[in-house]
Design a protein around this ligand. Structure first.
Ligand code: PMP
Length: 438
């Protein structure tokens, strides 16, 4: 069956969905034109769609599923906990177990606070920085995605008309964003030390924190230069603001996360995705002195925070076994298959005489059709022709049995065998050959 097929069950489901969900959609990120493929079930590194077609999954729920689908150990842990109760109005031992594992892997963090999503983790980290410093403003990188908290969304997708020289302008993402939000967010360029440092110094007295994703997916997935992150580390100390690493995605880059790879200690870290073993999750981790803003033992905390399903034991148990499976050997294997896929795709670009290629690290990569180096949001910004090529590549992969995010992101998983990796590389080569011939 070739996608899109008007006779497919996915099409029928989308038609039905349009009546009860706006545009048939309840998650902007999973919509794709003319209608999305509906998943029926997952099995290891494959997803079987509503029409029974199996494809290798390189979306992995937008990087959250590092062990693919329905890993038996994770499934067993979740089912066992579900039979014992899924959520209580009381704490459970499971939250201590997962917090200890996280603190063990993040030398910069003494304590953890759980949330239900990465969005909430970022929201609580930004609020923690405000509560700790008593300052209102936050700084973030142009084009970087940190979830849907109003402040974190500023300058997510400004177009060239909104680019003001080297000093990005704070631009609203969602219609209706209050001006007050924009005034309290400083957008800084990614991987540009001089511009970022001078902007941070200029606004330093009002800045609670700088939040940075060491390899920002929506801004192109180019890894940060270590010197850039070090400069942020130094200038935040100088102006008395906190440095937050958003590792919701990059925690899958290594045993100690991106901060381990880059060897830089942030004040706070936001986590999500892989730490929940496939269940909804988020977390803020950091130094005890800062995390004390959440501490209720001496009366009302500086930053009260609840959450009906925060630290629910199903997520905690599934997350714990999933993280336990992710040992040094698993990371070595993920790094190796990531490199193989990136090398394979780069070779195909060269063979077919196409401009562009893959960027990324470890188990993550993104394909660009740019005739220039991609190292920040502006260099990753696509021309209409590049956008059209990416869409054709995405569809070409779907019809060669490989699922990727529509914007080019691929996330690999531990159940992928050498044969699966070869299939992914061959599918990419086929899709690129078709593009070159068109
Ligand atoms: N931060 C980053 C870096 C992310 O990539 C995401 C989600 N893709 C989030 C925060 C928000 O996480 P969630 O979707 O769980 O709310």
């Amino acid at each position: 069956m070739t996608h899109p097929d008007p006779d497919s069950r996915s099409h029928a489901l989308h038609q039905r969905a349009k009546r009860s969900l706006p545009g048939g959609n309840t998650r902007t990120t999973v919509y794709s034109k003319p209608w999305p493929i509906y998943a029926a079930r997952g099995e290891g590194c494959r997803v079987i769609d509503a029409d029974g077609v199996a494809r290798i999954d390189c979306i992995n729920n937008f990087t959250a599923l590092i062990h693919g689908h329905a890993h038996p150990v994770v499934t067993e842990a979740a089912c066992r906990q579900a039979a014992l109760g899924t959520a209580f109005g009381l704490p459970t031992e499971s939250e201590i177990d997962l917090a200890e594992l996280i603190v063990d892997r993040l030398p910069a963090a003494d304590q953890v606070r759980f949330t239900n999503s990465g969005t909430e983790a970022v929201m609580m980290a930004l609020k923690a920085a405000r509560a700790f410093t008593g300052r209102p403003k936050i700084a973030k990188c142009e084009g970087a995605y940190h979830g849907s908290y109003d402040y974190a969304e500023v300058s997510l997708d400004p177009g060239p008309r909104d680019w003001g020289g080297n000093a990005p302008v704070s631009v609203a993402y969602a219609k209706g964003t209050p001006q007050a939000v924009l005034s309290d967010v400083l957008a800084i360029p990614f991987n540009d030390i001089d511009a970022a440092v001078s902007l941070i110094r200029e606004h330093g007295a009002d800045l609670a924190c700088v939040i940075v994703d060491p390899m920002p997916n929506r801004a192109g997935l180019a890894p940060a230069d270590r010197a850039y992150l070090l400069a942020l580390r130094e200038v935040t100390r100088e102006v008395g603001a906190l440095l937050i690493f958003d590792e919701v995605i990059t925690f899958r880059l290594g045993y100690n996360g991106a901060q381990g790879l880059w060897d830089i200690a942030p004040d706070l870290t936001t986590l999500g995705k892989i730490i929940g073993g496939g269940f909804p999750v988020g977390a803020v981790a950091g130094r005890a002195e800062i995390m004390a803003v959440f501490d209720p033992t001496a009366g009302k905390p500086a930053l009260p925070h609840g959450g009906t399903f925060s630290a629910n034991p199903v997520t905690m148990r599934a997350g714990h076994v999933a993280m336990d499976l992710l040992d040094a050997q698993a990371f070595a294997r993920l790094d190796a298959i990531g490199e193989r896929v990136r090398d394979g795709i780069a070779a195909s670009f060269a063979r077919h005489g196409l401009a562009g290629g893959p960027v990324g690290l470890g188990s993550l990569l993104k394909v660009h059709f740019a005739d220039r180096p991609v190292r920040d949001y502006r260099s990753a910004y696509q021309t209409p022709e590049e956008t059209a090529r990416l869409a054709a590549f995405h569809l070409g992969l779907i019809n060669r049995g490989v699922l990727t995010a529509g914007y080019g992101l691929m996330a690999l998983s531990t159940p992928m065998t050498d044969d699966d990796v070869a299939t992914i590389i061959a599918a990419c080569d086929g899709a690129l050959a078709a593009l070159a011939a068109a």
